[in-house]
Design a protein around this ligand. Structure first.
Ligand code: DGL
Length: 261
């Protein structure tokens, strides 16, 4: 079997990135790790998130992954540079799609929904310093929202009510463009759109990351060829607890294995 593409997140959110990679590169074998025992990363200190990310990155490389996609904005914010120092495989990180948001905004007011870990990271501050270009950036930490996705609350009246509260600061600021700066939020995109109204444009990074993955593999002559690739999903939590939400989000049955890291 050819080497897999490693994809990693604190939980199931990174499946929103994995599905774009699968769409763009259907012949690749995907190795997905959900660090469910430590989700949410957004509430943890940077040191701890960095340690988890380095441990899982090292495991991926030891498994023979040919590239590592850190499908988590929080982990990327905390650990991308450190990962690149210690791993020999290419590492692709995520960051909130602020650049296209600034480009697309007509009224000069952009919102970023992300974990507090991402929003307080030096990496995010650099992004704002380099690309905000005079545009007002409204930071919206959404405590508990990734947990709702982990718990399977993807739609319905309770989510709608909570979403109203999550987006209230963005509505008050009158933003016309909102960045989904956490990979979990892609799975509640409809509820976010509903709460913000139809005129607000939503952006995430998943497709761009899939394109970048293709480019890196192509540059290294490492693209898989031929038959359909496989997907292997592991969790550091309880596989029986995680399996139902993985199946809902992934849309096809996949065994979830237990991983000790
Ligand atoms: N999915 C992660 C991200 O993109 C964060 C969720 C969490 O807090 O663990 O930032």
């Amino acid at each position: 079997m050819t080497a897999p593409v490693g994809v990693f997140d604190s939980g199931v959110g990174g499946l929103s990135v994995a599905r774009e990679i699968r769409r763009a590169l259907p012949a690749e074998h995907l190795l997905y790790v959900a660090d469910t025992a430590y989700v949410p990363y957004g509430d943890r200190g940077e040191e701890e998130v960095r340690a988890r990310t380095l441990a899982i990155g090292a495991w991926m490389q030891a498994q023979g992954a040919k590239v590592l996609v850190v499908a988590c904005n929080t982990a990327s914010g905390a650990a991308l540079e450190a990962l690149r120092e210690v791993l020999t495989i290419p590492v692709i990180g995520l960051e909130p799609a602020l650049k296209p948001a600034v480009r697309d905004s007509a009224n000069g007011r952009v919102g970023v929904m992300a974990t507090s870990g991402t929003l307080r990271s030096a990496r995010f501050q650099r992004l704002v310093d380099n690309y905000a270009d005079g545009v007002q950036v409204v930071r919206d930490p959404c405590p508990g929202l990734a947990d709702l996705v982990e718990g399977g609350m993807l739609a319905g009246p309770e989510l709608a009510e909570r979403m109203e509260a999550y987006v209230a600061p963005l509505r008050e600021a009158g933003v016309d463009t909102v960045v989904l700066g956490c990979t979990h939020y892609a799975f509640v995109r409809d509820a976010i759109q509903e709460a913000l109204g139809p005129d607000v444009r939503l952006l995430d990074s998943a497709e761009a990351i899939a394109r970048r993955t293709r480019q890196i593999l192509a540059d290294g002559g490492a693209l898989a060829e031929g038959a359909a690739g496989s997907v292997r999903i592991l969790t550091t939590g309880d596989p029986a607890g995680v399996t139902p939400i993985v199946h809902r989000l992934w849309g096809e049955p996949a065994d979830v294995e237990r991983l000790e890291v």
